[in-house]
Design a protein around this ligand. Structure first.
Ligand SMILES: Nc1nc2c(ncn2[C@@H]2O[C@H](COP(=O)(O)OP(=O)(O)OP(=O)(O)O)[C@@H](O)[C@H]2O)c(=O)[nH]1
Ligand SMILES: [Mg+2]
Length: 194
C-alpha cells in the first residue's frame, strides 16, 4: 500500500506545485470511470451504481492539489460534460475495450470532444480499459475503431508538441495495470502546457 501511495505521489508531483489541476473523467456508461476514480483516491475497488450525480475527489499531497471529476456516462448525463470544459487541464476518456458493439457510440462522443472549439489545446488521454477481459481488442484495433489514428501524438513524455496532445493507452483498472504510464504521460502534457 505504501508503495502504491508513493507511486501516485510521483505521478501527481508532475502536475507542479501549488496549482490545482482539473481533470475530467468521461466516457460512455459502464466504461469504468468511477472504478478508476476510487482506485486513484483510495486504491480500492468499489462497485457503484451508474453515476447520476457528478462526483469529484480532491487529493492533497503536500501543496499539490489534484481534482478529478467523475461524470456519468449514460446519454442524459453526457449533456453536462461540456459544462465542465472551461478551465479544464486534461481530459481522460475511458472506453471499454471489451465492448466492441459500442465502439461506434464511443467514436461519436470522442469525435465531438476532439472537435470542440472550447478545448482545442487540452490534452486528451484515451484509456482502453478492461484489457484483462478475453474479448478486449488490441490497441491498434481500438485506435482505428475510435478514429484516433490521425489524432495521436505519441507516447513520448518529453516531446514538444505544436497541436493538442492526444494518446491512447490500454489498461485494466481492475488489475491495476497500464494506467500509471498513461497518467504519467498526461501529467507531462499538462505540465508542459503551463
Ligand atoms: N473486467 C474489468 N471490469 C472493470 C474494469 N474497470 C471497471 N470494471 C467494471 O465495469 C463496471 C462499470 O464500472 P463503473 O466504474 O461503474 O463505470 P462508469 O464508467 O463509472 O459508468 P457510469 O457511471 O454509468 O458512467 C463495474 O462492474 C466495474 O467493476 C476493468 O479494468 N476490468
Ligand atoms: Mg460512474
Amino acid at each position: 500500500m505504501a508503495f502504491f501511495w508513493d507511486w501516485i505521489k510521483n505521478i501527481l508531483a508532475y502536475f507542479g506545485f501549488g496549482r490545482q489541476a482539473k481533470l475530467l473523467l468521461i466516457g460512455l456508461d459502464n466504461a469504468g470511470k468511477s472504478t478508476l476514480m476510487d482506485r486513484l483516491a483510495s486504491g480500492r475497488i468499489i462497485q457503484h451504481p451508474p453515476t447520476s450525480q457528478t462526483r469529484s475527489k480532491e487529493l492533497r499531497l503536500g501543496d499539490i492539489t489534484f481534482i478529478a471529476y467523475d461524470l456519468g456516462g449514460h446519454v442524459q448525463a453526457r449533456r453536462v460534460w461540456r459544462d465542465y470544459f472551461p478551465a479544464v487541464d486534461g481530459i481522460v476518456f475511458l472506453v471499454d475495450a471489451a465492448d466492441s458493439a459500442r465502439f461506434q457510440e464511443a467514436f461519436i462522443e470522442l469525435d465531438s470532444i476532439l472537435h470542440d472549439e472550447t478545448i482545442t489545446s487540452v490534452p486528451i488521454l484515451v484509456l482502453g480499459n478492461k484489457n484483462d477481459k478475453r474479448e478486449a481488442v488490441e490497441e491498434e484495433n481500438l485506435s482505428h475503431a475510435l478514429g484516433l489514428t490521425m489524432h495521436r501524438t505519441g507516447k513520448d513524455t518529453h516531446a514538444q508538441l505544436n497541436g493538442r496532445p492526444c494518446e491512447l493507452f490500454m489498461c485494466s483498472v481492475l488489475q491495476q495495470q497500464g494506467y500509471g504510464t498513461a497518467f504519467r504521460w498526461l501529467a507531462s502534457q499538462v505540465k508542459s502546457a503551463t
